[in-house]
Design a protein around this ligand. Structure first.
Ligand code: ZN
Length: 469
């Protein structure tokens, strides 16, 4: 099958040949794609398949075109004649990571259209939901060129501009003036092609309810980073998902007033909170009953406890020099930070996420790569370490970061697990993240729709750019 793609007056052939010939690639992809044969066999791999079941050793994965054709032990899966074979002895394969809170901006909400797509992909993130956009048109346009195989990057689920309440100062967010305004904004952006919305910290119950109703009329969904509205209130209004978990729920705080975000410290809000208390358990039960998913963003909340944030040289290398200096200073200050209250709350938020999953809740993960050392891709990898610290098995942590994300987005028939017929979105990792969670950072090759991208080349190409563009 051959189809023509026209772009800027240049036409190129995208061919799907029968055997292991190289496919024709757009110029933007060429420097980074190191595996582009249409039939590829990955052999001797340790496979964590995304379903949460134990890892399997000695597996063969056959990729045909954009899809996984077969996976299983060498004794039952044979390597097709003419396939390019890649021996993965000592290496681990997981499904492409699905980052559910993976903004396209960083540092003062600057759009990172150049560095982030490559950085996400280099770290194994093959699908993102932007979960609050500052410039939805830039995101929609970026999505279009990536979907057309004309630019490198993950699949993008574009979220509309933030649905924020009134009374906020200057900035990128439109302050809603009431329910009709919320409906108007949702209608407009749903027509433009966004498929999710994110409500924000100052929204009123009335505006949130109107936005959810209007979104559902248009077949699109709503999630939220809440503060003025409690989790149970949002669940009752019919919200589809909630971001961040415990540290953004205000409804357990005795000083909470309706439609207002309490000005209280972490200690006031969560210092004496008991995850096993009826009040907290009720929130979990109501979320589970209404099938409201939750996104874990542990890596960004860890930033509130600088004394426990590990120094990551890769982050310093990726940032532009002035920002890199600032983050190096942040790391330095962490050594003497007095953050025991925040650390305790952070541990409690891990406990909340475990309790949510134990109760049957659907938990996904995202990095919120907005600031300081939380940047695209590396934040998602840090999430894996933090989810295992929270007490999930490595296989469960992978499940949260892959197939659960796919379920939340409604993509689980095509991505999120390693099985025949699924899209070939795969991450090849040197080492064994089951024994050593930090091995998740040793990404070598990332397959997206069957093309293998060289992680090191992608990483090299964005050095010094993050924070600028
Ligand atoms: Zn965010």
């Amino acid at each position: 099958m051959v189809r023509m793609i026209r772009f800027l007056g240049v036409s190129l052939l995208v061919a799907t040949p029968l055997f292991a010939q190289a496919r024709e690639l757009a110029p933007a992809l060429k420097p980074y794609v190191t595996v582009n044969e249409s039939v590829v066999a990955l052999t001797n791999a340790r496979v964590i398949d995304g379903t949460g079941t134990p890892a399997k050793e000695g597996q063969t994965i056959v990729i045909r075109g954009e899809k996984i054709a077969a996976v299983g032990p060498a004794s039952s899966v044979s390597v097709p004649a003419g396939a390019r074979t890649i021996d993965l002895a000592g290496k681990t394969v997981i499904p492409g990571i699905i980052g559910l809170h993976d903004h396209m901006y960083y540092g003062g909400m600057r759009f990172m259209g150049v560095s982030y797509p490559r950085l996400f992909l280099s770290a194994g993130v093959t699908t993102i939901r932007t979960t609050g956009s500052v410039d939805a048109y830039q995101e929609l346009n970026l999505k279009r060129v990536i979907d057309s195989s004309l630019a490198v990057g993950p699949s993008i689920v574009v979220t509309g501009p933030y649905l924020q309440g009134s009374g906020v100062g200057p900035g990128a967010m439109h302050p809603l003036s009431g329910p009709d305004d919320a409906r108007r904004m949702v209608r407009y952006w749903a027509d433009e092609g966004v498929t999710w919305f994110k409500a924000y910290t100052q929204i009123s119950r009335a505006d949130l309810g109107a936005a959810i109703d209007e979104a559902h009329k248009h077949g699109v969904k709503v999630t939220a980073h809440l503060c003025s509205v409690g989790f149970r209130e949002a669940v009752a209004l019919g919200i589809d998902a909630l971001e961040h978990g415990m540290l953004t729920n205000t409804e357990w705080y005795s000083g909470k007033k309706p439609d207002q975000c309490p000005q209280a410290s972490t200690g006031d809000m969560y210092g004496t909170l008991d995850i096993n208390s009826p009040d907290v358990q009720r929130t979990i039960q109501e979320m589970v009953k209404k099938k409201v998913a939750m996104t874990s963003t542990l890596d960004v909340f860890e930033l509130g406890s600088p004394s426990r944030v590990p120094v990551d040289q890769r982050v310093l290398d990726a940032l532009y020099p002035d920002m890199s200096k600032s983050v190096a200073q942040y790391y330095e200050r962490g050594k003497t930070a007095n953050d025991s209250v925040e650390r305790a709350a952070f541990k409690k938020s891990m406990e909340f996420e475990r309790a949510f999953v134990k109760a049957g809740g659907l938990l996904g993960a995202g990095s919120d790569p907005c600031c300081l050392s939380s940047i695209a891709g590396y934040g998602d990898q840090r999430n894996f370490e933090l989810l295992t610290e929270a007490g999930f098995t490595p296989e469960q942590a992978v499940q949260i970061m892959t197939s659960n994300g796919a379920k939340i987005l409604g993509f689980d028939k095509t991505v999120g697990t390693i099985a025949p017929g699924m899209q070939a979105d795969l991450v090849v990792i040197a080492g064994n993240p089951i024994q050593t969670p930090g091995d998740i950072k040793n990404v070598e090759t990332v397959f997206r729709r069957g093309l293998g991208y060289d992680s090191a080349k992608l990483r090299e190409s964005i050095k010094g750019l993050v924070g600028l563009r």
